[in-house]
Every structure is written in C-alpha cells, then in structure tokens.
Design a binder for this molecule. Structure first.
Ligand code: KG4
Ligand code: ZN
Length: 338
C-alpha cells in the first residue's frame, strides 16, 4: 500500500509517501516546508499567515512527493490544530480524492505523533501493546494508554500550558527566538541543573494531570529578582528549567507505566526531540521497568511531518476506516481520547 500523507495543522506544510509492504513501513519521500522563519518575527504562529503559506506551498510540495504517480490511499490531518491551516490540507485531500477516486483517511494529528514510532520500527507488529504513550508537543501534553491500534484511553493531560509552549515561553524570557525549545536543550548542557530552585508542578499528585503554567511563572519571578547578567546564568536557568520539566514528565510516565502494566513506553511530539528528556526517560525505565520496551521516534519524525500522518492512516486503512471527500471535515479541537 502506498499512502500519501498531508499535514497542515500548524506551521509546517508537509507531505510524504509511505509504503507498507511485507509487514514493513518505509518512508519513500518526505518533505516538510517550514514557515518558522516567517512566524519568527511575530514571536509565534499567526493563523492567517500560516494558512496563506500553506495555500501557496501545498501543491508544489505534493507535486514533489508524487511526481506522476498516484497513491493508493490519501491520509490527511483533520485536527487538532488551527482551523484555517487545517482547511488547506483537507481541501487538497478532498479534491484529489474526488478527482482520482482515491480512498481517504481522516487522521488525528496527535495519533500521527504516536505513529511516528512505527516509521522506524523493524516491523509494523514489533511494538507490543498495551503501550503507555507520552505526547509532548507545542499544543499538547498527555499520557494516553494505547490498548490496541485505534483504541485509546486518556490518563491525564495538562490543565494549562503544554510543555512545548512552556519551553518556548521560558526561552523567550531568556532572550531566545521562536521556537525556543531546541535552543533551551542546547544551552542547558552548559548549565548547572540545580542552580536555581524551581517547582515540580503536580509531580506528587496521585493522578496523571500536568500543569506547566506555574513552572513558567516561577522562572519569570526568578528572572525578575535576578536579571540575567552572564551567559552562564542563562545556561543555569535553561538547565534548571529543563530538569524540572523532565522530572515531572519522567515521574508521571513511570508511575502510569507501572500502574497499567505497559509492555512498551512510547513518546511523541516536538518536545520528544529533547535529548535530555529522551535519555532521562530511557534510563529511568531501564532501571525501574527493565522488561518494558522504550520506544522513541527518530529525531526527524518528532516535530510535525506528514510521514507520521501516513503511518497512522495505514492502521485505519487496513480496518477500512475510510471517509469520502463529501464527508471529510476539519475538527480543530479533536481529542484523541477522552
Ligand atoms: O509537535 P510539534 O512540532 O508541533 C505541535 O504539534 O505542537 O511541536 C513543536 C514544539 C515547540 O514548542 C518546540 O519548541 C518544541 O516542540 N521542540 C522542542 C525541541 N524541538 C522542538 N522542545 C524541546 N527540545 C527540543 N529539542
Ligand atoms: Zn505536532
């Protein structure tokens, strides 16, 4: 099966061609046309600007992916995300499906982040379920129990900011440009992880909810009392912040993995590109649950891309979970699980 993935939920116009054959998934082509340099000057994503950029880029990107070939299935992100941005990808998918008669799959963006892990798995059945999934992105922070393909239970999510949003805002406070997540990780390596004392919000609460607004505010108060004077002080703030966020994410993920006897722990979303979080979770899991497999997406599939949308689309397509061009609608607030 050859699947065309289309993703336009935020600030990346992405398309990919993924082939599934003999129990293996292979990314044949993958293009992510980033708008980050355009949104940088506004300090964040401007929905209207994003939609215009998608409209300009989406056909050239798909043309580069497909050439003259036609896919067997089209998988497109229908939510969650920015309404005006989602509409562009969905309209193109509807049009192609109408013209070619190609089966259409409607994919949840968060489910895409989860399935990014299947893109590099040795075989599509190599990941054992139930799996505990930690989704950490710019818009979401969730712990989800994946019981079977397509069957999810939400264990907890953030009550306020997403962790990626928190990385970006803390980065802004210390003078970094949008998106600051990757830069914080790089600076943190030169800092001292307990240099400043920061809270670990909700770590001790016996539930799986998160809260990152308080952590962000604690950094703000620290900076108001101790304005940054040196590069080293900035590195210390980044390192202490990264440690506090990591402690919460790792602590809650481990507790959930134990409670639900997860056979695998999976992470996904832009923040799962953070080396320190990846390594800390891997080390903690190996120490406390050595029989549970730890799976992390390849770095190029952590942040938004369309290969992950095609991967999620495959698992719907094998169940004949198709939609048609006249029924496909966006859902900007689509929850993967409730
Ligand atoms: O998944 P994603 O590309 O878009 C959403 O669906 O939100 O995630 C983007 C987020 C941004 O907040 C960005 O700062 C963060 O992921 N991010 C990182 C890293 N790379 C991207 N945060 C921490 N460390 C990184 N290496
Ligand atoms: Zn995303």
């Amino acid at each position: 099966m050859n699947l065309l993935g289309i993703e336009t939920s935020c600030d990346e116009t992405a398309a990919a061609l993924v082939e599934v054959r003999d129990g293996r998934m292979r990314v044949r082509k993958n293009i992510v046309s980033s708008q980050i340099s355009i949104h940088k000057k506004y300090g964040g994503v401007v929905p209207e600007v994003a939609a215009r950029q998608h409209a300009e880029n989406v056909i050239p990107v798909i043309k580069k992916i497909l050439g003259k070939s036609k896919p067997d299935v089209i998988a497109v992100t229908a939510g969650p995300g920015l309404a005006t941005a989602l509409l562009v990808g969905v309209e193109v998918a509807r049009t192609l499906s109408y013209v070619w008669g190609t089966p259409l799959v409607r994919v949840n963006h968060i489910e895409g982040h989860l399935y990014a892990n299947w893109l590099t798995a040795p075989r599509i059945d190599a990941i054992q379920l139930p799996a505990l999934v930690l989704i950490i992105s710019g818009g979401h922070t969730e712990l989800v129990l994946m019981k079977k393909h397509g069957v999810y239970q939400l264990l907890g999510k953030t009550l306020d900011d997403a962790v990626g949003e928190c990385f970006d805002k803390v980065g802004k406070m210390v003078g970094l440009s949008y998106p600051a997540g990757p830069q914080i990780g790089a600076l943190a390596r030169a800092g001292t992880r307990n240099a400043i004392s920061l809270p670990r919000p909700m770590l001790e609460h016996k539930n799986y909810s998160f809260s990152f607004a308080g952590l962000k505010t604690a950094v703000l108060y620290h900076l108001q009392k101790h304005p940054l004077k040196t590069r080293h002080e900035r590195a210390d703030v980044c390192a202490s912040f990264e440690q506090a966020a990591t402690d919460v994410l790792v602590g809650k993920t481990l507790r959930a993995a134990k409670e639900y006897n997860a056979r695998a722990v999976i992470m996904g979303g832009g923040v799962s590109a953070n080396t320190y979080i990846r390594e800390s979770l891997e080390v903690a899991l190996a120490r406390e649950m050595p029989k549970t497999k730890f799976i992390k997406p390849a770095l190029q599939y952590c942040t938004d891309n369309a290969a992950m949308i095609a991967a999620a689309g495959y698992f719907h397509a094998v169940k004949k979970d198709f939609t048609t061009w006249d029924k496909l609608v966006i859902d900007p607030a689509w929850e993967l699980a409730v």
